[in-house]
Design a protein around this ligand. Structure first.
Ligand code: G3P
Ligand code: MG
Length: 249
């Protein structure tokens, strides 16, 4: 597998850090993925009401903190007070929702590859991607590889306008019939989809276009083995330790 492909990722990508072991999308989750031997992580980024880029999957803070309400209605000052660890396990009490700035620094310090997912609140695609691109430009060493992905074409386009040199991935669940056209339209070099929709033919077709196929979320070793046998390039997993041995296969 060519490692100089712009969308290249190691075969095992820690999902939201190592979210099977630690509260998702926190610094401790990212650090834990590295400790478990992950060579790459994925996390999700969005913005607060006052335009601070933070690492969070949902449009609200209810599931992953002791707060409630939409992130787009909270200032960063409110966000930084929330406990983002206790919901997962009392051992993680006091973990915070990180800024994108701090998460990027940690990933670079740990020497991990990164897939950064743009996760805008619906309606805030443009400011979310614009602000995230600014933080990436300020913090990420742009000579290091980076794959930015999103389900939102508008977020991808805005990011591409700001940082055209960064590789992009289009996230889908089922595979749209016009996936290749959509990837071309939005400058994507990787397709990310749910494992239920992967077929041998799809892998061949994606590779024939020169793109990579990355598949979420795979926590079962037999499933990972079957996907790699079909030629899938990388899988996202909540438990990077379970699948780490596939790096060597
Ligand atoms: O990009 C892979 C995966 O992270 C997409 O789904 O919902 O976990 O962000 P989600
Ligand atoms: Mg994600």
């Amino acid at each position: 597998m060519r490692q100089d492909h712009p969308g290249h990722m190691p075969k095992i990508i820690g999902h939201r850090g190592a979210c099977g072991h630690a509260p998702e999308n926190t610094l401790v989750s990212i650090a834990h993925a590295a400790e478990l031997g992950a060579q790459a992580v994925e996390f999700d980024a969005t913005i607060t009401q006052d335009g601070v880029a933070i690492v969070l999957h949902d449009y609200d803070v209810d599931r992953c903190s002791d707060g409630s309400g939409p992130v787009a209605l909270k200032t960063f000052d409110e966000i930084k007070r929330l406990d983002a660890g206790s919901w997962f396990d009392k051992r993680f009490a006091g973990a915070r929702i990180p800024t994108l700035h701090d998460a990027l620094k940690l990933v670079a310090d740990k020497g991990l590859r990164l897939n950064l997912e743009l996760k805008p609140t619906l309606g805030w695609e443009e400011p979310t991607a614009r602000i995230i691109a600014k933080v990436v430009q300020d913090v990420w060493p742009l000579d290091l590889p980076l794959l930015v992905s999103s389900m939102s074409p508008q977020a991808l386009d805005t990011f591409h306008d700001r940082l055209p040199g960064v590789a992009l991935g289009l996230i889908t669940c089922a595979i749209p019939q016009n996936w290749h056209l959509r990837m071309r339209q939005h400058h994507c070099v990787a397709l990310h989809c749910h494992h239920d929709f992967v077929t041998h033919d799809l892998v061949q077709e994606v590779h024939a276009t020169g793109a990579r196929l990355h598949v979420y979320t795979v926590n079962d070793d037999a499933k990972a083995k079957a996907l790699f046998a079909m030629g899938v390039d990388a899988v996202f997993t909540d438990f990077p330790d379970r699948l780490a041995h596939h790096h060597d296969i």
